[in-house]
Design a protein. Sequence first.
Length: 273
Amino acid sequence: MGKFDGQVAFITGVARGQGRSHAIRLAQEGADIIGVDICRQIDTVAYPLATFEDLEETKTVVEKHGRVAAFEVADVRDLGALRTAFDAGIGQLGRVDIVIANAGIMPTVGARADDDEAFYDAIDVMLKGVWHTLRVSVPKLIEQQQGGGIVITSSTAGLKGLSTACEAGSDGYAAAKHAVVGLMRVYANRLAKHRIRVNTVHPTGVNSPMIANDAFAAFTVEHPEVASALQNSLPVDLIECEDISNAIAWLASTEGRYVTGVTLPVDAGFTSR
């Protein structure tokens, strides 16, 4: 038996990277998955974002574990589209128990990283998008009267004021990642009476397409001071998506049933430096 047998998880940014890893980890433990991803490019992001083919690949892997993957293309910046996708998943699976607000971008490298639009895109995806995710899912969690778990993906940049050579995109990234901690604390207090727990996770650099791409590699060569500033205490450059998935699985399970309102670093000691 899996720790999430009979449960349903709603995951944003599910097509690849951390979102895919979370979907697979929870599916291995028995959860069915409602998932969304944008599956198109955002102009201020210098690396390729997920495609529809990526979304289909994640769906295939989840289904190989014997679970249902109710996946839709939706942009977390669009509340109506996100609600439509969530409602379609609820129509198919009937419930939701775990919410993982994971969708994110890094408009901090490349030619447009210092455009004002890079700031706005960061806020829209990683703050407004998280709020939209809560708006569409929390009413169902409350209605079910069976508790639940919400995990918001922040970053070490949501705990420390990281400095890079860019302005607008990195400002927006840090602002959004700090701001979702405020949302988490508000919702942790608001939903405690419903036995719904809300937490944030704060990864250091993760070996995913957000960092493992040509644009980021070129940026660190051009700005070696940035790479130097992003060193972990433990002797590892990047952690793996599965490391974050394991933390989320613990927070969402009964093993973490009394954990709410916390900022959980999964950072190889980065924030202790």
